[in-house]
Design a protein around this ligand. Sequence first.
Ligand code: NDP
Length: 474
Amino acid sequence: MVSTIPHHIEGKDVPADDGRYLDNVNPWTQEVTATLARGSVADVNAAVEAARRAFDEGPWPRWSEAERSAALHRLADLVNANADVLAAAEAGDMGRPVQSARSIDIPRAADMFRFFGDHAALATGETYPSGADHDAYVAYRPAGVVAAITPWNHPLMLGAWKIAAPLAWGNTVVMKPAESSPTSAYLLAGLAIEAGIPRGVLNVVQGLGSEAGQALTDSAGVDRITFTGSTATGRRVAQAAAGNLVPVTLELGGKGSSIIAPDADIELAADLVSRAVFNNTGQVCLAGTRVLVHEDIRDEFTSRLVARAGAWSIGDPFADGTTLGPLASAEQHRRVRSYYDRVEAEGGAVLCGGPGEGNVFAPTVVSGIDPKGTVAQEEVFGPVATIIGYEGDDQAVTLANDTAYGLTSVLITDSVARIRRMVPRLRSGTVWVNCYQVRDLRAPMGGRGASGIGREGGTFSREFFTEPQAVFIA
Ligand code: NDP
């Protein structure tokens, strides 16, 4: 049965203004399961105006931080209570295995609402002692209407990450999910109403990036843009933001390295790299796909990684026991396939994995690839590990930094001296040492170079989503 996903504007389901709809395709069955509103400039304007009214006239920015935090906690409770339906939305839209969405993405999304609610409610501010004549302090005023544009790879988790902080700080939001993963954002907007978040505070416009997304970033009614997506789109978003002089954060692509030092625990290294490259079928910006392995341990590490690659259970995202779903769309499959087809020409050998039926792509290990070639340099966004040998720490750092991106690095070593020497030289927003994908919502998240501009998380989010005001009282 094909259902329809409308926009959510001012607390109501709203059809596409011009009556146009897009197909939502299940990447496993490749069947159309729903249609979604194809947002137009008129739809975007209606959502921005609703958010503006809710900001200028509604109660949300005037509630205390504690009241907003309580509402965000109620939303978190509802997210967890509806985990099954939200997990099914992710599985049906982009192929995330239900059990992974249920155990990881959904509870993490709920945690983000709790964390940012508490963070705003418990934050302290600066005062400046200025003699007997004046009191001086900083107040963090909400910035206004926030445009939040999200990708399809972890729709709800990354959606919550984009909107929890601005909501906690008293802003109103217009969210534009990726056109291939519309369902969980729509469900979330309904849950926000159920949680008692006033109408117009969280609006969702569906549709194409080139239409609805572009109209939203072009809108003169928006005060902040928070974007997660590809580097190419990020450049367009930055240009649109420049037109209206709107502050923007860009969380863009990555091409992370996993460095395996000669003293590394090889078992741990194989486990971490398998997760860092293959989880979510490699569709993770934080993936550590450039696997730099010291020549002394290269053969042993490679055979253990190949064994782990084969241990993932690929299948129907709705089936019990599936640990990897298909790639999220036929377009995504074509893209990953095009890199796979270049492996040999770029000097590499495929040791395992590759394309399967439909949108399936099995965990792939490639050895001997040219570190300057496209497969080792560009974001594949699929389950492809490229193993590159090195002989000394300096060479490892040079290879790790030899990409346009700068989002994450993984370093696996037992040597404290090596950690202290190498970490400061790694050009990336996050470094994980002997671990992978550990997150702390207080920590800055973001990247350098082609991985983006700005940081979010904890006080970094407060700086971005508020207008700090200096107040002097005689
Ligand atoms: P895209 O850049 O294609 O899309 C991201 C979002 O932007 C989608 O909602 C898209 O809509 C929208 N969009 C597209 N064109 C425009 C436009 N002209 N103006 C405004 N919005 C637009 O990225 P993907 O969805 O393909 O996501 C994968 C990318 O996201 C990867 O590069 C990945 O590394 C990155 N990413 C980065 C993360 C980080 O924290 N650094 C985390 C997760 C992913 P539509 O889909 O409808 O076209």
